[in-house]
Design a binder for this molecule. Structure first.
Ligand code: PBE
Length: 267
């Protein structure tokens, strides 16, 4: 129905992802903080489920609103746009930080130094994510490392070889963080460490670093997406600062939809 409001057309639903994701909590906050979203619901599912719903809507040129973020390949696969979030509930431009357990510096000083130096650009992460679509993350990360010796040697210069010490790299199960964790794993493996990547929900990731069960993570999105988990554990973790600047969350729609702002959605 052409004259129906967007709300009516999408059944007052925002298509979300996993319940444990930071963006899911922020999306619930968004529904609460915008009065015009009264009566709207967030349909939690999975990242694959969200993408499936988005793809199907695009095939039919139907309206759809999903929770999205960048870096993500969906922006190169489809013509999409973020709609404005004037209250900033979903966060503005964010960063990804490196967070390690207390005592990592003492126990594994060289690993700590490499992690502290690890820093790259969204384009680097996207390159690994893009290559992994036609293969796997391990191969894509290895290729990126081979092609970016200048960056990698900045992180590893003067670092002594390890002796097979184990490193538990905790992460989250989204492509962006599988990409960064895979790169860090291979860099440390090549230095003689044995790195295991453990993908868990963001809440568990912070808890693992705080309890010392995990050694490090390069996956926290801050200051907004993972703020609640960060606040809970901030006294028991060591924040080594940004490893990447310029991520973004938001409500995402196909470019053919005539809507620009969350405030334009009708109750
Ligand atoms: N994300 C991608 C995650 C972090 C990385 C935005 C879906 C989240 O916790 O929401």
């Amino acid at each position: 129905n052409e004259s129906a409001s967007i709300g009516e057309q999408v059944d007052y639903k925002i298509i979300g992802i996993e319940p444990g994701a930071g963006i899911t909590g922020l999306s619930h906050d968004t529904l609460e903080q915008y009065e015009n979203l009264e009566g709207w619901t967030l349909q939690e599912s999975s990242t694959a489920g969200m993408i499936g719903t988005l793809e199907q809507a695009i095939r039919n040129e139907d309206p759809v609103i999903v929770t999205g973020w960048t870096p993500h390949w969906m922006f190169s696969a489809y013509d999409l746009k973020f709609i404005e979030d004037p209250k900033g509930v979903l966060g503005g431009a964010e960063n990804i930080n490196t967070v390690v357990r207390k005592d990592l510096e003492k126990d594994l000083p060289d690993v700590y130094t490499v992690l502290d130096r690890f820093h790259w650009e969204p384009e680097d992460m996207e390159q690994v994510m893009y290559d992994a679509q036609n293969g796997d993350f391990e191969t894509a990360a290895a290729a990126w490392i081979e092609n970016n010796d200048d960056k990698v040697s900045e992180w590893t210069k003067g670092i002594e070889q390890g002796n097979g010490e184990k490193v538990k790299l905790v992460s989250v199960p989204w492509d962006s963080e599988i990409a960064s964790s895979s790169v860090v794993k291979i860099v440390l493996d090549n230095l003689g460490y044995q790195v295991e990547i453990i993908p868990v929900d963001p809440a568990i990731m912070f808890q693992a670093i705080a309890t010392g069960e995990g050694d490090a993570t390069v996956a926290p999105w801050l200051p907004t997406t993972h703020q609640a988990f960060y606040e809970k554990h901030k006294d028991d973790i060591v924040d080594l600062g940004e490893n990447l600047e310029g991520t973004q969350n938001g409500f995402v729609v196909p470019a053919y939809m005539d809507i620009d702002s969350i405030e334009d959605l009708e109750p």
